[in-house]
Design a protein around this ligand. Structure first.
Ligand code: PXL
Length: 255
């Protein structure tokens, strides 16, 4: 059985963060393991606080777990602190994780800041160059690349910049466009486009579901363009069947 590692924060709703990633891995028949960088207190309608894990605890999770199990791939989500990020960078290098997907988590759907400013600079300069893929939504791609994205064509420019920052597969998810969703992947040579109709409503955790599904398909041996199409379909179904279980955002249904 393939093993995928998620490195990120706990979301008590299970709608995002490591809980969501583990559900996605399980659904795609991959054994999921996890390392926690921070604990959040949040609901579907309120983001209350972030408690960053002490860096010694993050380090201990890596050393203990990865001495025993070798993941086929890994992804990162929320780091919050600069110390957490620097520790993860060191461990990704040390344990030589090749299939490595970065979900550049910056702000939560409810507007909470999920990364310190100093850490964001390190994410761009030191984490992205280690990655096989970066999965950014439009606001994240704008922040990281400095390209203002107003129409689909602007995405191509942002993708080139993202690729130049050192990833092998730059992905910008276009869920934030009005009539349709367009996800585009750039591998340095070709652009691959996955288009779909857009579902209305406020959903929690689509970015986490996308990045963990994409990593899963890479671990299962799919080529990047096939992995993109499969991921698109997977996330689309989870959004189509989303559940209103709390008072706020709907939660994706992972079967
Ligand atoms: O979707 C980004 C994200 C990642 N990780 C955690 C989150 C969120 C968004 O709320 O809470 C823990």
């Amino acid at each position: 059985m393939k093993i995928a590692l998620t490195i990120g924060a706990s979301d008590p709703t299970s709608g995002a963060g490591i809980q969501m990633d583990l559900k996605v891995f399980h659904s795609l028949k991959i054994y999921g393991i996890s390392i926690i960088t921070a604990v959040t207190a949040q609901s579907t309608s309120e983001f209350f606080l972030t408690y960053p894990m002490p860096v010694e605890v993050i380090e201990a999770q890596f050393e203990t777990l990865l001495r025993d199990m070798k993941p086929d791939g890994a992804k990162t989500g929320m780091f919050y602190s600069k110390e957490a990020l620097l520790c993860v960078i060191e461990k990704i290098k040390k344990f030589n994780i090749k299939k490595f997907v970065v979900d550049p988590v910056i702000i939560s759907t409810l507007g909470a800041k999920l990364i310190e400013d100093e850490a964001l600079k390190i994410l761009k300069e030191q984490l992205i160059p280690l990655s096989m893929a970066v999965t950014a939504n439009i606001p994240e791609a704008e922040t990281i690349t400095g390209v203002k994205i107003e129409k689909v064509d602007d995405v191509y420019q942002a993708l080139k910049k993202l690729y130049e920052m050192g990833t092998s597969l730059a992905i910008v998810k276009g869920g934030h466009f009005k009539e349709k969703t367009v996800d585009i992947l750039y591998d340095g040579e070709n652009f691959y486009k996955a288009e779909d109709e857009k579902y209305c409503g406020e959903f929690h955790g689509t970015g986490c579901a996308f990045s963990s599904a994409f990593l899963s398909f890479l671990c299962l041996g799919y080529e990047p363009d096939e992995a993109l199409m499969n991921t698109k379909n997977f996330v689309k179904n989870a959004i189509k069947n989303a559940l209103k279980l709390g008072h706020g955002m709907r939660l994706l249904k992972i079967d």
